[in-house]
Write a protein that binds this ligand. Sequence first.
Ligand SMILES: NC(=O)c1ccc[n+]([C@@H]2O[C@H](COP(=O)([O-])OP(=O)(O)OC[C@H]3O[C@@H](n4cnc5c(N)ncnc54)[C@H](OP(=O)(O)O)[C@@H]3O)[C@@H](O)[C@H]2O)c1
Length: 248
Amino acid sequence: MLAVITGASSGIGKEIAYRLAEKNYNLILIARRLDRLEAIKKDLSKLPINVELLAYDISDLDKCKLLIDHLKTNKPDIFINNAGYGIYGDSFKTDTTKEIEMIGLNITSLHYLTKELIQFMDSGTIINISSMAAFLPTPLLASYAATKAYVYSYSQALNYELKKGKKNVRIMTVCPGPVKTEFNKVANADPKMKGITVEQCVDSIMDGLKRKKALVIPSFKMKFLRFVMRIVPTSLILKVSYQVQNKK
Ligand SMILES: NC(=O)c1ccc[n+]([C@@H]2O[C@H](COP(=O)([O-])OP(=O)(O)OC[C@H]3O[C@@H](n4cnc5c(N)ncnc54)[C@H](OP(=O)(O)O)[C@@H]3O)[C@@H](O)[C@H]2O)c1
């Protein structure tokens, strides 16, 4: 069995790699920092699995095409669209070029990879990592939250179509709240809400995979928050999420 993980060099992607390795999945691990991927491969060297490393920048669609060509002859059982990041700040100040690059990675590359994979995968699961931010417009992470709303909406609707079309491929959407990874450092964010550990987050993902869930929201607190968000006016959600994200 083969699992492919984008953004496998740290955080959620790295932890998923270790968990799937324990279950004897062969792995293709993708990220830009090859040294990090090599360290993971070394850690896994005692296990009876193959680990292939691809130092690809997934925001580059040519690299995504190379990956898809490679996978056509080596079909994955699980593909995890995990690579992604956020950009903190007032949207009237943030760098537009960097923001467009982020939108390219979080939306365009994920969309392209998902769309290509469902053409040739006969069975299996595509896991698309969205965020709790998908459910709430998030001041100071505005464009990031919007990218994750796209991932949630597209993945859920596509999964329904696949089910109706009697296809054996499923899309599992994951919407974590804050998780202690390098995410905040990369985004230059410092939210007031405490995160869960990466192990707790990946426990939920592995459980969702086992139960063939269409949507995974790690932690009870976040499930409850989602329920509350449905009955609270958007004006209040905006006020609270601004306060949570604001560093002052
Ligand atoms: N942590 C949270 O609070 C949280 C909450 C909700 C959702 N998420 C989502 O969870 C996913 C994983 O994030 P994380 O929390 O684990 O953060 P992380 O520790 O910063 O990991 C991000 C991973 O994405 C990779 N990546 C970034 N840009 C890439 C690119 N252009 N090409 C290939 N790989 C790239 C990074 O590797 P390289 O830098 O080596 O390329 C790294 O392996 C993201 O989609 C994030 O939006 C995180």
